[in-house]
Design a protein around this ligand. Structure first.
Ligand SMILES: *[C@@H]1O[C@H](CO)[C@@H](O)[C@H](O)[C@H]1NC(C)=O
Ligand SMILES: *[C@@H]1O[C@H](CO)[C@@H](O)[C@H](O)[C@H]1NC(C)=O
Ligand SMILES: *[C@@H]1O[C@H](CO)[C@@H](O)[C@H](O)[C@H]1NC(C)=O
Length: 424
């Protein structure tokens, strides 16, 4: 994550399918268990895992996109998520693998259901891809573990396929590989356009991986909610956005009937016919914290939710948001206020059946991993007030996910005897 001199970072994803009603994303949902959850209010706890074991495998259904919302089994699915980018790398070592389980356990205990994480590590320490299309089987097994472990905790994954930045390899590593193969590339952005680098990327075979724990092929596994083409893509050498558009239009993912996620570094509305992917928008805010950021966050989110609905007919997911403890003026209450603001803005949209598809905290860490903290890490066990906010939001979203059918819109809630209270 590009965290330099930012207070927080926010990203938007738009989701699109070639076939409007086709299956896009993975989501697990079981009506009975959700209703039970609703009755147990916000007491999210580990008994959910036991329920999970008793469930038939077919209760894991893929999430679809229907209009401007995500749905599964004809019910809405709002993303209630978090980021923990390093899961695969820590899973690759027996001594740290337990941290993966720990973060899933803690996140599911506060009701979080989607995790965004890296399915890439190119040419670096503990690389998944040591060279183009040359994989380290042990690291792949670590990723298998992450996927199967997530399912145990009813957590869906958004797997990112490459980094825009140099962390874990990224664009610079692909360029380096190209040059090692005899090319003369000088610009990182050649990643987007050079046929050799594009072929490296297209050959990256994560989607066809057969999980050694579950025997499931990744692209068929509903645990994987979505594939993200790249973490925070930018193509500064082409401000028109065309190069990036072209890159994101690569067809190799869609032939697996899997959603494309496109992330752009600028807000650009293209006619909805040409948008075939999910778009991300990144927002950077000045280096010192102030209350003005709260109202800005709200109106910024609202305007993008409105645009997603009005112009694109797509759900929008805010894929990274948080506050860095390293920034000037930081305090926990500011962080809590910002998180509440994001949650409430999403909920305002949810209540109206709008395009607000959910949000993902940047970022949740288990105890003992603070050495990797970029300032944004939330250790749930040490952050009671933040954990409470997350739990309350989970309770609210679970109600929407479980009680109302997609088609009945939220106007139906009274019919179901369901009263929504703001103070819930
Ligand atoms: C590599 O490209 C640079 C600029 O694009 C050029 O100046 C240089 O001569 C090239 N080197 C080779 C070996 O082709
Ligand atoms: C996976 O497949 C192998 C070989 O087909 C089989 O031996 C193994 O029991 C399977 N494992 C699971 C978890 O289904
Ligand atoms: C927390 O930080 C915000 C923004 O800097 C500030 O307005 C607020 O007064 C601070 N609150 C406390 C309790 O220090």
């Amino acid at each position: 994550m590009d965290i330099h001199k930012t207070i927080f970072l926010m990203a938007i994803l738009f989701i699109y399918s070639h076939h409007t009603n086709s299956l896009l994303l993975g989501l697990y949902q079981d009506q009975d268990s959700d209703i039970m959850l609703e009755k147990t209010s916000n007491h999210f706890s580990e008994h959910r895992i036991d329920d999970m074991d008793e469930m038939e495998d077919d209760s894991w259904a893929m999430v679809q996109k229907s209009g401007n919302q995500f749905v599964v089994n004809d019910q809405p699915f709002y993303v209630n998520g978090f980021n923990t980018y390093w899961l695969m790398v820590l899973a690759a070592d027996e001594s740290t693998r337990g941290k993966v389980t720990e973060v899933f356990r803690q996140a599911s205990a506060v009701g979080l259901t989607v995790c965004r994480t890296w399915a890439f590590n190119d040419g670096q320490w503990r690389a998944l891809q040591k060279k183009p299309s040359v994989y380290d089987e042990d690291v792949f097994k670590a990723l298998d573990f992450v996927v199967s472990e997530a399912k145990k905790f009813k957590i869906r994954l958004i797997l990112s396929l490459i980094n825009n930045w140099g962390g874990y390899g990224g664009k610079p590593q692909y360029v380096k590989w190209g040059n090692e193969a005899g090319l003369n590339l000088t610009n990182e952005d050649d990643f987007f356009s050079h046929p050799t680098l594009r072929s490296y990327y297209q050959s990256h075979t994560v989607l066809n991986r057969v999980n050694t724990v579950s025997n499931m092929t990744y692209k068929d596994d509903p645990t994987i909610f979505a594939w993200e083409l790249m973490n925070e893509p930018r193509c500064p050498s082409d401000p028109s956005g065309d190069k990036l558009q072209d890159f994101m239009g690569l067809q190799h993912l869609t032939r697996f009937n899997i959603i494309q996620i496109l992330m752009l570094n600028k807000w650009e509305l293209i006619s909805s016919e040409t948008i075939k992917f999910l778009v991300l928008i990144l927002l950077l805010i000045s280096p010192s914290i102030s209350d003005a950021h709260i109202s800005f966050t709200k109106s910024w989110m609202q305007s993008h939710i409105d645009d997603a609905e009005q112009y694109l007919g797509m759900p929008v997911v805010f894929s990274e948001f948080g506050v860095s403890a390293k920034d000037q003026g930081y305090n926990i209450s500011f962080r809590d206020t910002l998180i509440s603001t994001v949650y409430n803005t999403v909920l305002d949209s949810v209540r109206k059946g709008g395009s607000g598809g959910g949000s993902l905290l940047w970022q949740v860490f288990p105890d003992g991993t603070e050495y990797m903290d970029d300032g944004y890490a939330i250790v749930l066990s040490k952050s009671p007030s933040t954990s409470n906010i997350i739990s309350r939001h989970s309770t609210r979203l679970t109600l929407f996910n479980s009680l109302c059918k997609w088609k009945c819109h939220w106007g139906c809630k009274k019919k179901h005897g369901f009263q929504y209270h703001d103070e819930l």
